[in-house]
Ligand binder design. Structure first.
Ligand code: 5GP
Ligand code: MG
Length: 179
C-alpha cells in the first residue's frame, strides 16, 4: 500500500518492510557482538509501539536472553504531551543485570530519560538502549543511544508498531503524514 488513511489523516509510505528488516539485521549483529560475554541480558521492550521491533530483533539473538515488557506513555495524538506516566509492569528482577531497553522510536528522549531513571533505582549492572528509529533533530538528551536502526527527520510516522491514536500499528511498512 502506497497510502493509508487513519482517522482524519493521510499517510504515505516512507520506509518499506524490507528496508526495516535490513536495518534490524545490522543492529542485531552489533548487539550479538556486544553481548557475547554478558550473562543472560534482559531485553526490556517498551509497549505498545515496540512490539514488532522486539519480535524481529529477538529472533536474531543467538545467546541466552530474557525478554520483559513495560509500559510508559508520553504521547497523545500527534504531539508530545511531555508528560511521562508511571512505569507499569517491571516484573523481572534486573539488579546486577545487563538491561537492553527496546524502543520503537526516540523522539525528544523524555520517555527514555524517565525510564532510565526508574530502572537505575533497581541497580542494574548496565543499561543499553536499542531503538528502531531515532529523530536526531529532536533528541537533545545525554543518554547514549547504543543501537539505532534508522535515523529519520522530524515527521510524524506510523506503522510497524507505531500508531496514530491507536490505528496503524499493524502496518508492515512505515508511513509518514501527508501535510
Ligand atoms: P519521546 O519521549 O522521545 O519524545 O517520545 C517517545 C514516544 O513517543 C515513542 O515511544 C512513541 O510512542 C512516541 N512517538 C514519538 N515520535 C513518534 C512518531 O513520529 N509517531 C508515533 N506514532 N509515535 C511517536
Ligand atoms: Mg515507545
Amino acid at each position: 500500500m502506497k497510502r493509508v488513511k487513519l482517522h482524519d489523516k493521510e499517510f504515505e509510505i516512507a520506509i518499506r518492510h524490507d528496508q526495516i528488516q535490513t536495518a534490524i539485521g545490522v543492529v542485531a549483529q552489533k548487539i550479538r557482538e556486544d553481548m557475547k560475554n554478558e550473562y543472560i541480558p534482559v531485553f526490556l521492550s517498551v509497549l505498545n509501539g515496540s512490539f514488532m521491533f522486539t519480535s524481529d530483533l529477538l529472533k536474531q539473538m543467538d545467546f541466552n536472553c530474557e525478554v520483559s515488557f513495560v509500559k510508559l506513555a508520553s504521547y497523545s495524538g500527534v504531539t508530545s504531551t511531555g508528560k511521562v506516566q508511571e512505569l507499569l509492569g517491571l516484573s523481572t528482577d534486573i539488579r546486577g543485570r545487563t538491561v537492553i531497553i527496546v524502543e520503537d522510536i526516540v523522539d525528544t528522549g523524555h520517555t527514555l530519560v524517565d525510564l532510565v531513571a526508574v530502572l537505575k533505582k533497581h541497580q542494574p549492572k548496565q543499561i543499553k538502549v536499542a531503538t528502531f528509529l531515532l529523530k536526531p533533530d529532536a533528541y537533545d538528551k545525554d543518554i547514549p543511544i547504543d543501537y539505532a536502526g534508522m535515523k529519520i527527520p522530524n515527521d510524524f510516522i506510523v506503522g510497524y508498531g507505531l500508531d496514530y491514536d491507536q490505528l496503524g500499528r499493524n502496518l508492515r511498512n512505515i508511513y509518514k503524514i501527508v501535510n
